[in-house]
Design a protein around this ligand. Structure first.
Ligand code: GLN
Length: 330
């Protein structure tokens, strides 16, 4: 598709672009379902949906945008934002760094200089954040984060019990990471409660539209543009988006920043959450994953969206900066 003339576009054109992306990618069956926990392999591999929410509360979508799947690692970004807000940046940075690790997301490895997990987007960092949240909130921690996730999505979310039980019975590697963190005093007891919070946060059920609205809440300085409720502190959002930009896409984060140029987070459930700051939240769902654990059609969708709409943070034409006003607001 040729680059589109932004000033002359209307909502109907957005839908046209979404249809084009959907039709281009629907035949793509590359990648494989996550099967490291048995429940994840039970989803329909052909599901595919793209949802966009603007920072003035409008929704555009195509495909299976109401189909639910587990949020998985996308929860790491939201919990990081909550931890920054509740505990402050200094206390959180003392426990978890903000450097890309260059290792697999479930690597049992810490930054050798600090003995902290590299960043909150790898499992070791996310389990540390869960431990900090449990320490701060006690046995209410899960209900508290579920409530915040729900406020960001603008509807009551719930746990996928089947995936949660599957995580519990197969999460040996995450348990190993938790106990190693305990042994280096990176976290404190009760480690089982922290791990339980981590397994639960990964098992929250969302749709592509939920991801888009959560993204729009982050894009909109922490205020949900659909409900009008302030959900996150704006300073915590700034720091969260920064880590999403550098570390959000597993071992593909450098390529992603280069080619797509947006803060984002993916999960092995097949979701990707992307943010165009001050403008859009974008949620994609397609469960076949590449080697890195990222959704194949999700990445392809974001590449096309970024190119067509000039969404890359450093797009030379700066076409993206007036998107909502000029383009999504007709
Ligand atoms: N529950 C998963 C795990 O901890 C989440 C990981 C992911 O989405 N990459 O292994």
């Amino acid at each position: 598709m040729d680059n589109l003339e932004i000033a002359s576009m209307k909502a109907s054109d957005i839908n046209h672009v979404l249809r084009h992306i959907y039709e281009t990618l629907i035949e793509n069956q590359d990648g494989a379902l996550a099967d490291y926990i048995p429940e994840l392999a039970k989803v329909d591999p052909d599901s595919f949906g793209i949802s966009i929410a603007t920072n003035n509360g409008k929704l555009f979508s195509i495909g299976d945008v109401e189909t639910t799947f587990t949020i998985q690692s996308i929860s790491k970004a939201i919990n990081y934002c909550i931890a920054l807000e509740l505990l402050g940046k200094k206390a959180v940075l003392e426990r978890v760094g903000v450097e890309p690790s260059g290792d697999r997301f479930n690597a049992i490895e810490f930054d050798p200089r600090t003995l902290r997990p590299y960043n909150p987007m790898v499992n070791a960092g996310a389990i540390t954040i869960a431990a900090l949240l449990y320490d701060h909130l006690g046995s209410e921690a899960y209900e508290y984060i579920l409530d915040r996730f729900s406020l960001a999505a603008g509807r009551q979310l719930k746990l996928d019990e089947g995936v949660y039980r599957s995580e519990l019975s197969t999460g040996h590697r995450n348990r190993a990471i938790g106990h190693l963190l305990l042994s280096t005093q990176a976290i404190e007891e009760p480690v089982d409660a922290a791990l339980d919070l981590y397994f639960r946060q990964c098992s929250i059920s969302v749709s592509a539209t939920d991801l888009a609205v959560i993204g729009a809440t982050l894009a909109n300085l922490g205020q949900n543009p659909v409900t009008g409720k302030q959900v996150f502190d704006m300073t915590a959002v700034r720091n969260t988006l920064s880590v999403m930009f550098t570390c959000g896409m597993y071992d593909y984060s450098g390529n992603w920043a280069h080619d797509v140029g947006l803060p984002a987070k993916s999960g092995v459930g097949g979701g990707i959450l992307g943010i165009v700051n001050r403008q859009l939240g974008i949620g994609t769902f397609s469960p076949r994953l590449d080697f890195n654990g990222n959704s194949v059609r999700g990445i392809a969708s974001f590449k096309i969206l970024s190119d067509e709409f000039g969404l890359h943070t450093f797009d030379p034409t700066n076409r993206g900066s007036g998107l909502v006003a000029h383009f999504f607001d007709h």
